[in-house]
Design a protein around this ligand. Sequence first.
Ligand SMILES: [Zn+2]
Length: 94
Amino acid sequence: MIDKGGMTEVGGVEEAPSLSHAEVNQLWAKFRAGDTILCAKDAHGIALAVDGAAKAYRLVCTKCGISSPWFGTTPSGLVFRVPRANSSRSNGSK
Ligand SMILES: [Zn+2]
């Protein structure tokens, strides 16, 4: 008999909630306009994390921990950094 009791949580890959690209674009637009940006789930303040070396930004809710992918800013908009190969479902033909 296999003992499956007591599943221990190994610190590792946790499925963290994340903001969609559209949400990040909206939040970033508000942020740049000088508005306070709030989490859509709990209306808590969202903090901006900055990676100065990579010139990348990230939005993180200080309460629920929902976060955006890292992104860079370009004149034409935000460019999201995808940490690993991730087939986009909306990769349709233009
Ligand atoms: Zn939140």
